[in-house]
Ligand binder design. Structure first.
Ligand SMILES: NC(=O)c1ccc[n+]([C@@H]2O[C@H](COP(=O)([O-])OP(=O)(O)OC[C@H]3O[C@@H](n4cnc5c(N)ncnc54)[C@H](OP(=O)(O)O)[C@@H]3O)[C@@H](O)[C@H]2O)c1
Length: 304
């Protein structure tokens, strides 16, 4: 059973692995409620109780699809923690008025987006609302005003950010009535920026856990055309027997989880069998030399 962890000292308790919804409408064979219900029940059986979505996913259609599916079974929504995000606006069929893709994290926009998410998801609370990306044109006071209002009204239970650098995180955090509980960042064997740019260290300092998006580098980790993926495949084959027959994707999740900032990987597959297979990764405790061995295979060189 996947364990539960606190995202921050007074923050929400989430499952150690999170199920991501970004690609829910990408695959015609799985983008129906019957298939999604099977995956949601598989999540619950495994102990994966946290779902990650966003206003913009599926060009503003995934939240609605998720909400419709959750509503099919009374009480199903309450079995999950729902993370959603706001702040990215792109031209699309729904919004022919938009001409330029832009960020908007003004107080009024954040509140309006969160209220729309509540409606589409068919719920009266969001467990965690994230500002999806930093908006260079909005002050921290302004963004915090929107988040603080939603927190006060109980429409969101906690607030966080995504893709913020260390300074942007500090700034917004300094304006919050309740501390931000996470920074959701891209982190994988093929995208190690968080361990070099200070974001993972900041999480440790503040005792918050990052959420790791695209933990398999959007599938590039398995792409034979990617040289690092070839090296990692060979390394995974070498390590597999030692870790109970673990596959590259399972070792890749375990590699992320082993970092001392204790990231929560967000699983991106639409395939039931792959979703079920991820659970094994939570039981893998990589030995130090194996963690560095995977780092080495990814980088194509030894440590400096
Ligand atoms: N905050 C942000 O800015 C941000 C940005 C991006 C994503 N996210 C979140 O992170 C979640 C995960 O991101 P992601 O979907 O990019 O995750 P990912 O795990 O890095 O990539 C998922 C992709 O890899 C494929 N895949 C998975 N396992 C595979 C395997 N064993 N062999 C070959 N291909 C495999 C999947 O295809 P199949 O479906 O066919 O398995 C899918 O296309 C999203 O759902 C979203 O919630 C957040």
């Amino acid at each position: 059973m996947i364990s539960r962890v606190s995202l921050s000292p007074n923050g929400p308790a989430f499952s150690r692995l999170v199920y991501g919804t970004w690609r829910f409408l990408d695959d015609a064979t799985t983008s129906n409620s019957a298939d999604l219900l099977k995956r949601l029940h598989a999540c619950l059986d495994l102990g994966i109780t946290t779902l990650d979505t966003a206003e913009i996913y599926g060009l503003y259609r995934v939240e609605e699809f998720l909400g419709q599916t959750l509503r099919l079974e009374p009480g199903l929504r309450e079995k999950f923690e729902i993370v959603t995000k706001s702040g990215i606006y792109v031209p699309c069929d729904f919004h022919p008025d938009r001409k330029v893709a832009h960020y908007n994290t003004t107080a009024a926009r954040i509140v309006k987006s969160a209220e729309k998410s509540l409606r589409l998801l068919g719920t009266d609370y969001i467990d965690l609302l994230l500002v999806h990306r930093p908006d260079w044109l909005t002050s921290a006071d302004e963004t915090a005003e929107g988040l603080n209002k939603l927190l006060k009204e109980g429409k969101i239970r906690s607030a966080g950010v995504s893709n913020y650098n260390v300074h942007q995180f500090d700034l917004l955090n300094s304006r919050m009535d309740q501390p931000l509980v996470t920074n959701q960042i891209e982190f994988s064997l093929l995208h190690m920026d968080p361990i070099y740019d200070g974001t993972a260290d900041q999480c440790q300092k503040l005792r918050i856990k990052p959420m790791a998006w695209s933990p398999l580098a959007k599938g590039a980790l398995m792409d034979p055309a990617v040289p690092a993926a070839g090296r990692l495949k060979a390394k995974a084959q070498e390590l597999s027997a030692k870790y109970g027959g673990a596959t590259l994707d399972q070792l890749a999740y375990a590699w992320i989880m082993a970092h001392p900032s204790q990231p929560l990987p967000i699983i991106g597959t639409n395939k039931l069998e792959r979703l079920i297979a991820t659970a094994k990764s939570a039981d893998i405790v990589l030995e130090r030399e194996d963690w560095y061995g995977l780092w080495e295979a990814a980088q194509g060189c030894s440590i400096p």
